[in-house]
Design a protein around this ligand. Structure first.
Ligand code: ZN
Length: 246
């Protein structure tokens, strides 16, 4: 089974086209998230005729306030995008006004995605897990991936109960809080992400061709000696379940 990276910022890397080639050569399924609809075209163009690279239409919560006008363009582009992200909410050091606008934007995105159906969403929820889950509700018609989840175990349980997936990066596997979260997530809901260039290894940004390092840590955290191969296969299979191919 192939490796995957469900949250990678290809367009923020120094050499996106070179990395796209590497992704194809190494056959790592990669969801290339974008931070606003105006930059989606670039990633979409690079992804043309690529089997493993999947462009995602996004409007990052930390840009939602200043770019709230781009929501119309987002909605217009939605029918051509199966993958959606990076979207969500961020309430870390934000003004009430800023957070309020983020919620309006996120609500519109969720409503539009729900109406179309079949979308795969990669969602940011820092300091706003409860609000993110409230807006998604429990009858959403697509698939949800909570990326770099760092909230409470209580909200984690709620996210698990609505069938969310969780993408795990290197930083999470190394932190105490991240490990506590990983321990609680069912094996069939775990996915791998790099979130490069926002995470790095030996001061080099993480890229999809290094996901094996994250997978190894994750397998160590989720298995005992006897079942590590089964755990590894299960985590890789989760991506195929997510996108519905075998
Ligand atoms: Zn990100």
């Amino acid at each position: 089974m192939r490796y995957h990276d469900t949250h990678f910022h290809l367009d923020l890397m120094p050499n996106p086209e070179g990395i796209a080639e590497k992704i194809e050569q190494n056959k790592v399924y990669t969801i290339a998230v974008t931070n606003s609809p105006t930059v989606f075209f670039y990633t979409e163009k690079i992804s043309l005729n690529k089997r493993f690279l999947r462009p995602a239409l996004g409007l990052h919560p930390e840009l939602a306030f200043e770019r709230q006008n781009e929501i119309d363009q987002f909605i217009k582009l939605l029918p051509k995008a199966k993958y959606i992200g990076e979207i969500g909410l961020d309430n870390f050091k934000k003004s009430p006004e800023n957070f309020k606008t983020q919620k309006l934007v996120f609500e519109k995105i969720i409503e539009a995605c729900d109406k179309e159906g079949g979308k795969i969403l990669t969602i940011h929820s820092r300091k706003a897990e409860k609000e993110v889950l409230n807006i998604i509700g429990d009858k959403f018609s697509g698939k949800i991936i909570l990326h770099w989840y760092s909230g409470s175990l209580r909200e984690l349980d709620r996210a698990i109960s609505i069938g969310a997936y969780f993408s795990i990066n290197h930083s999470m596997t190394k932190s105490k809080n991240g490990q506590k979260i990983i321990e609680r997530i069912p094996l069939n809901k775990l996915l791998i992400e790099t979130d490069g260039p926002f995470t790095s290894l030996n001061s080099k940004p993480f890229i999809p061709t290094s996901v094996d390092i994250i997978l190894d840590s994750l397998v160590r955290l989720k298995s005992n000696h006897e079942n590590s191969d089964i755990v590894r296969e299960r985590i890789l299979k989760n991506f195929y379940d997510l996108i519905n191919v075998n």
